[in-house]
Ligand binder design. Sequence first.
Ligand code: NI
Length: 239
Amino acid sequence: MKLALSTWQEIEHYLTQSDGIIIPIGSTEQHGPNGLIGTDTICPERIAEAIEQHADVLVAPAIAYGMSQHHMAFPGTVTLRPATLIHMIVDIVSSLHRHGFRHFYFINGHGGNIAPVTTAFSEVYMHLDSARCKLANWWRNDAITRLAHEYYGDAEGYHATVSEVSLSYYAHPEAIKHAPCSPEVAPVGEIYDAADFRRRFADGRIGSSPQLASIEAGREFCELAANALLADYQSFLSA
Ligand code: NI
């Protein structure tokens, strides 16, 4: 069940059976020469869709913008200030809480969101009774990291990873890019500001070889993530 495709009466009825909601969150930021700018939003949105096909859950519209300041030296990237993202999360949770939702399960596609989103959860707990929030970073799931390591070893990387690019290609085969990547495996290192990021990671990748990405692997990553996160969500509902 999708929040955006429901009526208020359907939500009122849903709330008599469950107080949980799944909220995909990602970013709009560069993902190297062959990764899509929407990758971090496309992945959790597609995983949430797969969960919804298997179970009676409610999925909110994806939050398509995140905290991406370190990617701002690449055209197309859009960032929220950390405070803006914190306020956005608190406002979304507060609105849903007012209607009776209590379990807020965020499926996250972007590492830069982790600090502001978990800070927002602290603010939620200061103001809202009985709210339960969880941030599930899909790519950090054991099943995912195991398969990514088995398929790609160290070439999985840290940004514009092979697994996330694969999953985005599975979700949007019409948007697959064929661009050469040089060097084959991108450099690794610390992240500071946007200008420094571009100097050190010239084509936008960190540690990855996304030219290895495939639709078939993307389907596998999506199903693995959907199974693992559905089980996690179901146990979270009793928290
Ligand atoms: Ni990403």
